[in-house]
Design a protein around this ligand. Structure first.
Ligand SMILES: Cc1ncc(COP(=O)(O)O)c(C=O)c1O
Length: 357
């Protein structure tokens, strides 16, 4: 079977076992004589899968009982709007500007009040996570982006502040253990670490939910999703089903701690090559802010970068071109990317340097 080494930034690699399992039961789900995507979302089979997905997520992330788990469509981008629409109830809302996605979230919040930057890394093209935050009085919440997919930076420790924290974990959810209790709301699009595009996981503290605006249209109201167990309308059945399978896979790997150890080992393989390259490969992110998920780097010239990406493609390394805002290369090593893929890429990087230095 010709499977490539898939380093796509999102949508991205899925565990092979998950794809195979879905394939095997695609025509006949649990002896129903039909696919899971052909049955009612009110059927007992679907209901069992829906409930199990929430239970698995609660178990793996150690989500306390006073948090709701919701499934919402519209991607991370709709969450930029929904978080503000529901919770921007005071004069101010604070945003940590660590890159494009953070900025897009803040732009949505500006519809509802005075959204401001509590910190920014724009001075160095978002190559680091700022350590100091400044909060204004009357701030509804602080919004942060746990992992900055484009720049390859990741919060190592989350800030301790005296306002509710809302966190976009789209590109690093379940890649490492996090203390859910530190957050009032977490959201994450599934298409990097959890499954296909089409569903966003939202984890929200019930007490925080009670502070949300009550006059919103139902499809924008978290309370409405919570009241209806995310079944107010037809949920993204197939995406949730694939998330379910991926959660089973994470559990079988040994849970989040085992996945985190594997992710550290994978990222280290690539960062070691960068650090030992005497400047041939230049990492974009400062070392103390490095992401385990997205590894960003440049080569000495744009010509070499183009050639490296083209040569890599011939050898089966897919998705290693950088985002246009950073240029160079980006290797996304999400949960499903194997250590073997990272080792093969690290070897290719060494070989390429030896040939082109
Ligand atoms: C951290 C982060 N947040 C939000 C988004 C936007 O997600 P979506 O395309 O699902 O709207 C992305 C997309 O890559 C992302 O990386």
């Amino acid at each position: 079977m010709d499977r490539v080494y898939n380093f796509n930034a999102g949508p991205s690699a899925m565990p092979l076992e998950v794809l195979q399992e879905a394939q095997a039961e695609f025509l006949n789900y649990k002896n129903t004589g039909m696919s899971i995507i052909e049955m009612s979302h009110r059927s007992p089979e679907y209901a069992a899968m829906h409930a199990e997905t929430k239970a698995l997520l609660r178990e793996l992330m150690e989500i306390p009982e006073d948090y709701e788990i919701l499934f919402i469509q519209g991607g991370g981008s709709l969450q930029f709007l929904m978080t503000a629409a529901n919770f921007f109830t005071n004069k101010h809302a604070a945003y940590a500007n660590t890159g494009v996605w953070a900025k897009k979230a803040m732009a949505e919040a500006k519809r509802f009040g005075e959204a401001y930057e509590a910190c920014t890394s724009a001075d160095k093209n978002h190559s680091y996570i700022p350590q100091r935050l400044e909060l204004k009085p009357d701030t509804s919440y602080l919004h942060i982006t746990a992992n900055n997919t484009i720049y390859g930076t990741e919060w190592q420790d989350f800030p301790d502040v005296n306002v509710p924290v809302i966190c976009d974990m789209s590109s690093d959810i379940l890649s490492r253990p996090v203390d859910v209790k530190k957050f009032s709301l977490i959201y994450a699009g599934a298409q990097k670490n959890l499954g296909p595009a089409g569903v966003v996981i939202v984890i929200v503290k019930k007490a925080f939910l009670e502070t949300a605006r009550a006059d919103l249209p139902p499809m924008l109201s978290y309370q409405n999703y919570a009241d209806n167990d995310s079944l107010y309308n037809t949920p993204p059945v197939f995406a949730i089903y694939m998330v379910n399978k991926t959660l089973h896979w994470i559990k079988a790997q040994g849970g989040v701690n085992a996945i985190a150890a594997r992710n550290r080992e994978k990222a280290q393989l690539i960062y070691d090559v960068i650090d030992a390259s005497r400047g041939f490969y230049r990492g974009h992110a400062e070392k103390t802010s490095r992401s385990l998920m997205n590894i960003t780097f440049n080569l000495p010239t744009q010509e070499l970068e183009k050639d490296f990406i083209a040569e890599g493609k011939k050898r089966g390394f897919i998705g290693i071109g950088g985002h246009r805002l950073v240029g160079g290369c980006r290797v996304s090593a999400y949960n499903a990317v194997t250590p073997e893929a990272c080792r093969a890429l690290a070897d290719f990087m060494k070989e390429y340097q030896a040939k082109h230095e």
